[in-house]
Design a protein around this ligand. Structure first.
Ligand SMILES: Cc1cc2nc3c(=O)[nH]c(=O)nc-3n(C[C@H](O)[C@H](O)[C@H](O)COP(=O)(O)O)c2cc1C
Length: 341
């Protein structure tokens, strides 16, 4: 088959080969690929009617994380998170029915630890506690108090310890990096960010084609507008700077490469997060998973051309004196590894 293809390429004049390629590699291929992806995604994803253990775990982690964010706000707001607490109670109850070993599963333990911290932080505030008590059984409520703090909830550390980050081993740097959503009031400059961006240029990419582009946004008004559209940073002060990572589709050469920008951009993003951390700069990756309208508004606001796909934002700034963030408990490696021998 491929030799016939090669022969045809030799025999036919170049413009005809190019035209044929344009037809084969053009819209039909991309549309078919998108339809396949849409069908597979639609069958798998954790929709609110999902009943599978994996999907319920994902929903549990999502609601737990919302509560963790509330617990780690510098301006603590008592009684926050009624909706995620309710959602969490529903999903935990469903999960217990489909996963017999639920009590030993990390997402469940983490949810319990987070509820436990919520209860402790609301000690003496009867009205808020009554709401929590109304959602969970007495057994669950009791168990939440027996779970170690490292399993979920909020995490506090000093920003000063970040000044010697450049001396850490990779393992220490990686272990101690956390998303920071509330920064010091001091501004951050492009010159301060550049060494980390330069370091992230070492990120590997497909055939070294380097699709990632970095838009450094320093204008507070624009940052505020962009984050309002983004929606996942509500309730936090406007960060000193916002990076937008995009991938330039002009470096790709065939329809089956159409998602590669996200892979290469994602790798760049992780490398950049670690490079920022090494430089003692605080950061938080933020999603750019937009519906059509918000994407269009964002593109217009930040002048992002249509050949660039949005990969992620990264909010950046200096570490505050006291950093509070989410525990964001991880699964262990053996939870996600399949060995193929
Ligand atoms: C691609 C991506 C998008 C994210 N989007 C958001 C977001 O919109 N809002 C937010 O507060 N955190 C966001 N996060 C941060 C995650 O919540 C955080 O990375 C995760 O809980 C792990 O915690 P850690 O970064 O402190 O290790 C995002 C992270 C990634 C990698």
């Amino acid at each position: 088959m491929s030799s016939l293809k090669d022969k045809m390429k030799e025999i036919l004049p170049q413009p005809v080969v190019s035209f044929g390629k344009r037809i084969l590699n053009g819209y039909p291929s991309l549309v078919m690929a998108s339809l396949r992806e849409a069908r597979n995604f639609n069958m798998a994803y954790a929709k609110d009617s999902a009943k599978g253990a994996v999907q319920l775990e994902a929903r549990m982690v999502y609601f737990t994380h919302q509560i963790e964010k509330g617990l780690s706000h510098q301006q603590f707001r008592y009684g926050f998170g009624k909706k995620p607490l309710k959602n969490l109670s529903v999903v935990m109850a469903k999960y217990c029915k489909v996963e017999t070993n639920y009590i030993q599963k990390t997402p469940y333990i983490s949810a319990m630890a987070t509820i436990g911290e919520y209860i402790r932080r609301h000690e003496g505030r009867q009205r808020d506690l009554q709401y929590v008590y109304s959602l969970f059984s007495p057994t669950v409520l009791k168990e939440t108090q027996n779970i170690a703090h490292v399993e979920g909830g909020s995490l506090i550390f000093s920003g000063r310890e970040k000044t010697s980050n450049a001396k850490l081993t990779f393992q220490q740097l990686n272990e101690r990096r956390h998303s920071i959503r509330e920064f010091a009031n001091t501004p951050i400059t492009y010159q301060e960010l550049l060494p980390a961006i330069e370091m992230a240029m070492r990120t590997p990419s497909v055939c070294n084609r380097q699709p990632t582009r970095v838009h450094v946004i320093l204008n507070k008004e624009l940052i505020a507008k962009a984050l309002k559209i983004q929606g996942g940073f509500n309730g936090y002060p406007v960060p000193p700077a916002l990076l937008l990572l995009t991938a330039d589709n002009r470096v790709f050469m065939a329809p089956q490469e159409h998602n590669e920008g996200y892979t290469d951009g994602g790798l760049f993003g992780m490398n950049l997060l670690l490079a920022l951390e090494e430089q003692g700069i605080a950061a938080c990756p933020l999603n750019t998973m937009f519906r059509r309208g918000p994407e269009k508004t964002t593109r217009r606001l930040l002048s992002i051309p249509s050949n660039e796909v949005l990969v992620m934002y990264i909010a950046v700034g200096h570490f505050p004196e006291e950093c509070a963030t989410c525990v964001s408990r991880r699964l262990s490696a053996k939870d996600i590894v399949t060995v193929i021998e």
